[in-house]
Design a protein around this ligand. Structure first.
Ligand SMILES: Cc1cc2nc3c(=O)[nH]c(=O)nc-3n(C[C@H](O)[C@H](O)[C@H](O)COP(=O)(O)O)c2cc1C
Length: 369
């Protein structure tokens, strides 16, 4: 069975990011900030499914970032979230985001195979190798200081999951990080290949994606850096006869006029930003991850308030469609989107931006069966 994401003919794939987390991607105190409750998630997945959006991607988060709102303090666990969304949709690819350090490969292999069956072959796996020290503290684990150590464990974790998905007979696993006797995991996934995303940016992260993933999910700072990233990961992947595409994430403020969009951005992401949470998030990122370069962290405090560092799409439907066209021209395969209130703001995006993308040849009208 072929995955919906792989079979999509759209040049620019679209998804949502972080709808399972309180605040979504906006580190703001405004009252209408995203309430990640279940009803809102169902509303969103149904709208996205209808509109032909390719995927929904959650954040795996266990401890919030403090501040007045405790940004990401309230989070729906991603495997169970994906199961519920799959039951309320029929076409969209739903991802689970799984921390290699906090989830045993046998458990993940079986959870994802179960999700694949119950979704009719629509599950995806976003692998995260870990970086957030307070979460390791919560789990009573040490965060390996070295990226190489984190990714060595992630690689073994991933190889183990893949073998469980392949093997019909019991086998022993004698690894550095995992040992197991007489292991197998049935059922296997129903998709020919479960789409794999690796969310990262560092050298080790890119090499992990090169070896294992279909998509590197990574921040875009500007179009030139986006082009370089696409070139870099394609070259790495070609060296091992693989293809790895780039997905990124964007913050959307779409309004009838540029002024309205900018005023709203200013209202939620400056006047009412939860600056304490922004600074906690950025400090942790700077200390333990290399996803944002030090220069980017220095420049983009406003982008973190607006959307966790996402590339800004702020303006009229025309402006946003033009920006997405430029993003696509860099070779980026798609982007996840975040809105302050996803479910309320998506209809305008759908009505105004999607047809513009169709006219630009970046997407096709939805075929309802
Ligand atoms: C776009 C993006 C999304 C991510 N999503 C998550 C997530 O949901 N949960 C998590 O713990 N880490 C997440 N990460 C962190 C990465 O998986 C990784 O651990 C971190 O970026 C450090 O690796 P790096 O220095 O190789 O980028 C994300 C990273 C990026 C770039």
């Amino acid at each position: 069975m072929t995955s919906p994401l792989f079979s999509s003919a759209n040049k620019l794939k679209l998804g949502t990011f972080s709808a399972n987390c309180s605040g979504g991607m906006a580190v703001t105190k405004v009252e209408e900030r995203w309430d990640n409750n279940w009803d809102n998630n169902i509303d969103l997945v149904q709208q996205c499914d209808e509109a032909g959006i390719e995927f929904m991607l959650p954040i795996a988060r266990w401890i919030g970032y403090g501040g007045d709102t405790d940004f990401h303090g309230n989070v729906l666990e991603t495997v169970t979230w994906a199961a519920g969304l799959a039951a309320h949709s029929s076409r969209i690819q739903v991802f689970a985001t799984v921390h290699t350090a906090f989830n045993h490969p046998i458990v993940t292999a079986k959870q994802l195979a179960t999700l694949d069956q119950l979704s009719g072959g629509r599950i995806g796996l976003n692998v995260v190798a870990g970086w957030n020290k307070p979460e390791y503290d919560a789990f009573g684990k040490d965060l390996p200081g070295d990226h190489a150590d984190r990714y060595a464990m992630a690689q073994e974790w991933f190889d183990y999951v893949q073998k469980l998905w392949r093997m019909d007979q019991a086998f022993d696993w004698e690894g550095t990080f995992y040992q197991g006797k007489g292991v197998y995991s049935l059922p296997h996934p129903v998709q020919d290949r479960i789409p794999i995303i690796n969310a990262a940016a560092s050298e080790e992260g890119r090499n992990f994606a090169m070896r294992n993933a279909d998509f590197l999910f990574t921040p875009v700072f500007d179009f030139e850096q986006a082009r370089d990233t696409v070139q870099d990961i394609s070259t790495r992947a070609a060296s091992v006869n693989r293809q790895v595409d780039v997905l990124t994430f964007c913050t959307v403020v779409c309004r009838p006029t540029q002024q309205e969009a900018e005023d709203y951005l200013n209202w939620y992401a400056d006047e009412n930003a939860d600056w304490e949470a922004v600074d906690n998030l950025m400090t942790l990122q700077g200390l333990h991850a290399q996803s944002f370069t030090p220069e980017a962290l220095g420049m983009f405090r406003d982008r973190f308030a607006a959307g966790h560092g996402g590339f800004p799409l702020v303006g009229t439907p025309d402006t946003i469609a033009d920006l997405l066209e430029q993003l696509s021209a860099t070779g980026v395969a798609g982007t996840a989107l975040a809105f302050v209130d996803y479910a309320k703001e998506f209809p305008y995006f759908r009505q105004e931006v999607l047809p513009r993308l169709e006219r630009k040849g970046l997407r096709q009208p939805v075929q309802h069966s």
